[in-house]
Design a protein around this ligand. Structure first.
Ligand SMILES: [Zn+2]
Length: 432
């Protein structure tokens, strides 16, 4: 008998994960050995050294990596499904800024953020890149709540010092001071929740603020998240504000916001080949938010083109422009969007397969957080156990078919267990 670590856990079930884009690995009646927070290995038969370790047996249920949401506004949870017959800039003024302004009230923030984080966990999101509001204190509260439920996340205090209503705008110097305070208060506070620099987008941040934020990101070695090229009206707006730049991407690049740590840019619908090449060189992540893109502008991002250019792509819900909080639903929406793009390009850029879209929802976005989003050895054990027995089937299906049917036909009730960095988490109870 050989010895193993006390914190070794073994899970058995029908395993599926994507070690690379488009390649789905499935293991029937397989075993996942987890040591502390990380996957030690995945096996079709249990290695002899573990024969005396208890196995948590999930029988015929699926075990898959947890979902990664690479772009969402926690502060817009109460706005889901509202005003989606408007276009971006109009929608921001009529709905978004008014809702975000409510987060100066910590009681309101606590209620909304708690509900939001519970929704994320319930729907199988295990890691997320989140935007709060311009208010430091309630954004710190969001981090506390995310940590309390065991979620892995980067969270940003939003910066905006121009082109915004007077009830929801910052003074430039104050915005910089508050951001540095935000970083000090949170950078070492939690194991899985970290700050991220978050200029809202070019129209709402002055050059002085963009410079300062880039310097903070550099100094504290923090990543950056923002929005890029979501809507045609927004593109015109950016051109009017910055005629001295040749395109949108070069503005972020000039002000240093594609720094040492990776940057996430949400949307990226209308980009030139030159902009795509620059983003690929700088290792920028695209957060693809097809639900939000359909809702607010009826547009489709060129995801196949990004993948061919070597850009890292993950999926985002973009709540509340996106009404869906579940990345599972964003997966099939991404596939549908890619089919529209294939048609738009006369079949030059092929639609995403299910395995490809599943990769984007797990390892694609997960790589932003490190070794996250797969069940390969060395990865953080972020996983979901799926009971799909209520999805009608007349004859047996393969694991791959069952995963696809869960994506299209399932919902949060099919998720019966959730793990983040090796720990079980639950949307109904605080786990920390
Ligand atoms: Zn957004």
């Amino acid at each position: 008998m050989s010895f193993h670590r006390k914190d070794t856990k073994i899970y058995r079930g029908q395993i599926a994960y994507t070690p690379e884009l488009g390649k789905l690995t499935t293991i029937k009646n397989g075993y996942i050995v987890v040591e502390s927070s990380k996957v030690k290995g995945v096996y079709p038969t249990l290695p002899k050294e573990y024969e005396y370790t208890p196995v948590e047996d999930y029988g015929n249920k699926l075990i898959i990596p947890g979902f990664v949401d690479l772009h969402s506004h926690a502060s817009q949870v109460a706005n889901r499904g509202i005003g989606l017959d408007r276009e971006l800039l109009d929608w921001l003024l009529v709905y978004t800024f008014k809702e975000e302004a409510k987060f100066s009230d910590l009681c309101y923030a606590e209620k909304a953020y708690s509900e939001y984080i519970k929704l994320l966990i319930k729907n199988g999101t295990t890691r997320a890149a989140l935007l709060g509001t311009i208010y430091r204190e309630s954004t710190e509260l969001l981090m506390d709540i995310a940590n309390g439920y065991g979620l892995g996340a980067v969270v940003g205090k939003v910066n905006m010092d121009r082109e915004a209503p007077e009830y929801y705008i910052e003074n430039t110097d104050q915005s910089i001071i508050e951001t540095e305070r935000f970083i000090h208060n949170t950078i070492w506070k939690y194991p899985l929740v970290k700050p991220i620099i978050t200029p809202r987008f070019v129209p709402a941040t002055t050059p002085k603020l963009m410079w300062a934020l880039a310097q903070l990101a550099d100094y504290y070695r923090l990543p950056v998240q923002s929005h890029l090229s979501e809507d045609k009206e927004e593109l015109e707006y950016v051109k009017r504000l910055h005629p001295e730049f040749k395109n949108y991407v070069s503005i972020y690049n000039y002000f240093g916001l594609f720094g040492q740590q990776p940057t996430i840019m949400a949307h990226c619908v209308y980009l030139s080949d030159e902009e795509i090449a620059l983003m690929a060189r700088k290792g920028v992540y695209v957060a693809h938010c097809p639900v939000a893109n359909f809702n607010l502008s009826g547009s489709v991002a060129p995801i196949r083109k990004f993948l061919l250019a070597g850009i890292n792509v993950g999926l985002g819900t973009d709540v509340g422009a996106g009404h869906a909080v579940s990345i599972k639903d964003v997966i099939w929406q991404a596939i549908q969007a890619s089919k529209v793009y294939e048609l738009q390009t006369n079949h030059q850029y092929k639609a995403l397969t299910t395995a490809e879209a599943f990769y984007l929802a797990t390892k694609g976005g997960g790589s932003f957080f490190g070794k996250v989003g797969s069940l390969e050895a060395g990865y953080d054990f972020d996983a979901l156990v799926i009971d799909d027995s209520n999805i009608l089937t007349i004859h047996p299906r393969t694991i791959s078919e069952r995963l696809e049917r869960f994506i299209y036909l399932g919902d949060d009730r099919n998720i019966i267990q959730r793990f983040i960095a090796g720990r079980k988490v639950n949307p109904l109870t605080l786990s920390v």
